[in-house]
Design a protein. Structure first.
Length: 574
């Protein structure tokens, strides 16, 4: 039985919409929806999902929300379900739609904030499935600072193609193989029909699963909740437990900013690095920190990445998918390995009301095919590292997991948008040894900082993934592999060095040393900068225009408002 606490609404935000004679009109709306006096007297708990029919990532969330609501009600709260948007990267990839992806993170956070503020909810349970919806909901939780529990909707099961486990990454790379005649149209059609066999988010350690691991490591999700695949009925049990947990947090007065601290952010970065996770972790962790008023930028994340052993053999660099991690004990096994190795802060409080160390006390790490001990890592440093240099004064990020070499030097071949680069790649208009540059795709210049999975997968599918490098002020999907450097800052749209490059300029990359330089002297770069002019935007109105006016650098998370550090009041204290 769930523990039921009787709450005094005089100290909760929902008193503004449900207590006293002058709130009779407000209560009449609740009676219209079938609530009783007892229901209205209890705390109001928002249960938000990013359910939609855009992609399999989110399709199971409506069902899971009902289980979360049962948990809230069992523990003495009144759940109020609502939904917000999500843009699914797999559908948005490779065309103008991807400009909406990162923007959707802010819309998710903003719309969740507005719904909670507008209806004076006291706590929040958030369920998300696709890449930007995970950080978007976690950002809203930290911003609002009402007791909150996050839950991942779960990963997809692996597909089967000719007896081999496959993911959507294989389909993207098959497009490249098809372009060079190494895969028939019939085989491509067969693969696309079997690669994604169920509900759930992409199965490898791409952005969704990376941020799912973050949700446990940072302490906002129940231990073990992230690993269970979406189709498993046990997901509903996790959802119900999350609903009960948020009521316990409300009773105990534990809020997201008690959970999200510099120490817990470091824990989250450790898990990203140890799992060979998505480079997008270096974008979303600073954004979550920003909501709490904490400074934790790309360079802070990169420093932790560099000092963390890479121990989880997960796709795209490795062999296994999230279902396999679940089968050996889930995210707690990965965290236990790091804790045993001295790489995690065990004293961080979590949504269980207990610390990381207390949560993992009964978990025993046994080395297995998916997760190694920190004493026997795949590599001694993280699967993702930061770079800095004359081409990236504000930094850049690269996934080194699986790279045969950490050094690359070659002449630039410049493209001012993803479409031009993709056309050149599909036509084979590039040379081995070159550094392909895709610019004006940053947060402001895109606008929206598109991912480049289509381009990188096409190159890899053509068998040339280790023969060229690629750099961009945009982003890469967590499914990207090869020498691909993203988040280069300052971006081209604000006159960063990447916007001053010309074809043939020599670019030197050393991921071991953490450097990214262009071999053009400072005087020549200064001369080019004097002649540089901002490019007019194609998006002169609407949401993308509005986003471009306020978005900041990738270095600090591509955020769009001053953050927790500028707060005069906190919503939870209203």
């Amino acid at each position: 039985m769930a523990r039921v606490t009787v709450f005094d609404k005089a100290k909760l935000p929902s008193r503004h919409s449900s207590v006293g004679p002058d709130r009779a009109p407000h209560r009449s709306y609740y009676f219209a929806m079938g609530l009783t006096k007892d229901d209205i007297a209890r705390p109001f708990v928002g249960v938000v999902t990013t359910w939609n029919e855009a992609a399999p990532c989110n399709i199971a969330l409506a069902r899971q929300a009902q289980a979360a609501k049962r948990g809230v009600a069992k523990a003495g709260g009144t759940p109020r379900e609502f939904t917000t948007i999500t843009v699914t990267d797999g559908i948005a990839m490779g065309h103008e739609g991807m400009k909406s992806s990162l923007v959707s993170r802010e819309v998710i956070a903003d719309s969740t904030e507005l719904t909670v503020r507008g209806h004076a909810y006291d706590a929040l349970v958030g369920l998300a499935g696709c890449d930007k919806s995970l950080p978007g909901l976690m950002m809203a939780m930290v911003r609002l600072n009402v007791p909150s529990v996050f839950m991942y909707g779960g990963s997809i099961l692996p597909g089967k193609f000719r007896g081999k486990d496959v993911t959507v990454q294989d389909v993207f790379e098959a497009v490249g193989k098809h372009a060079v005649g190494e895969m028939s149209a019939e085989d491509l059609e067969e693969l696309e029909q079997v690669a994604c066999p169920s509900a759930g988010s992409c199965g490898g350690q791409f952005t969704a699963n990376t941020l799912a691991c973050v949700s446990e490591a940072i302490g906002l999700a129940l231990p073990g909740s992230a690993g269970t695949p979406a189709p498993y009925e046990t997901r509903d049990q996790w959802a119900e437990a999350s609903g009960e947990a948020v009521m316990n947090l409300l009773a105990a007065g534990i809020r997201p900013r008690d959970v999200v601290t510099l120490k817990s952010l470091e824990n989250a970065a450790r898990v990203v690095a140890a799992s060979g996770g998505s480079t997008n972790g270096a974008l979303h962790l600073p954004a979550i920190a920003h909501e709490a008023g904490l400074k934790f930028d790309l360079h802070d994340v990169a420093e932790i990445f560099r000092s963390t052993p890479y121990i989880a053999d997960l796709k795209p660099a490795g062999q296994y998918v999230m279902r396999d991690l679940h089968d050996v004990g889930g995210v707690p096994i990965l965290m236990k390995a790091l804790l045993d190795g001295g790489y995690m802060h065990g004293d961080c409080i979590t949504v269980t009301g207990k610390t990381i160390a207390e949560n993992l006390a009964s978990t025993k790490f046994v080395p297995n095919v998916v997760v190694r001990p920190t004493t026997d890592p795949i590599t001694t440093w993280g699967g993702v590292v930061g770079l800095k240099g004359t081409l990236a004064p504000e930094g850049a990020i690269v996934k080194v997991a699986g790279l045969p070499s950490l050094v690359f030097r070659g002449p630039a071949r410049c493209f001012d948008c993803e479409e031009d680069a993709m056309a050149a790649v599909q036509a084979g208009r590039y040379e081995d040894g070159e550094v392909i540059v895709i610019r004006y795709e940053g947060p402001k210049g895109g606008p929206g900082m598109r991912e480049m999975l289509g381009v990188t997968s096409a190159i890899y599918g053509q068998g040339r993934g280790d023969k060229v490098a690629l750099i961009t002020d945009g982003r890469f999907s967590g499914a990207t592999r090869g020498f691909c450097i993203g988040h280069v800052g300052p971006e081209a749209a604000v006159g960063g060095p990447i916007g001053l490059l010309r074809d043939g300029d020599m670019i030197a990359i050393d991921a071991g040393k953490g450097t990214l330089d262009v071999e053009v002297d400072a005087a020549e770069l200064a001369k080019r900068r004097d002649g540089w002019q901002p490019r007019p935007t194609f998006y002169a109105s609407g949401t993308l225009w509005k986003y471009a006016q306020t978005v900041g650098s990738a270095e600090t998370g591509a955020v769009t408002h001053p953050g927790g550090g500028a707060e005069v009041h906190c919503y939870a204290d209203l």
